[in-house]
Unconditional design. Structure first.
Length: 82
């Protein structure tokens, strides 16, 4: 349907990487969680740095709340690497 109508969703490559890594569909995400991803990406752009998935994962973790997924800030002493 999207190809037929020549319609595209305005998704960035970084947002697609985050969703694919966590295996979450866009329709399952809470809008506030998507805003955190976009805010991180815009912050990286303003610092003239590339958005890095490893850095994002170090700062945020995926959390499920009812039927929605969102991103929460990690605790200061927590680490996402094993």
């Amino acid at each position: 349907m999207f190809d037929y109508c020549n319609y595209r969703l305005p998704l960035t490559k970084f947002l697609v990487k985050v969703l694919m890594f966590h295996e979450v569909h866009l329709s399952q995400m809470n809008p506030f969680g998507l805003a955190k991803v976009c805010q991180f990406e815009l912050s990286c752009r303003s610092l003239e740095s590339d958005s890095d998935l490893d850095v994002f994962r170090a700062l945020y973790k995926l959390n499920r709340s009812d039927d929605w997924y969102t991103f929460e800030v990690r605790k200061k002493n927590a680490c996402c690497y094993s």
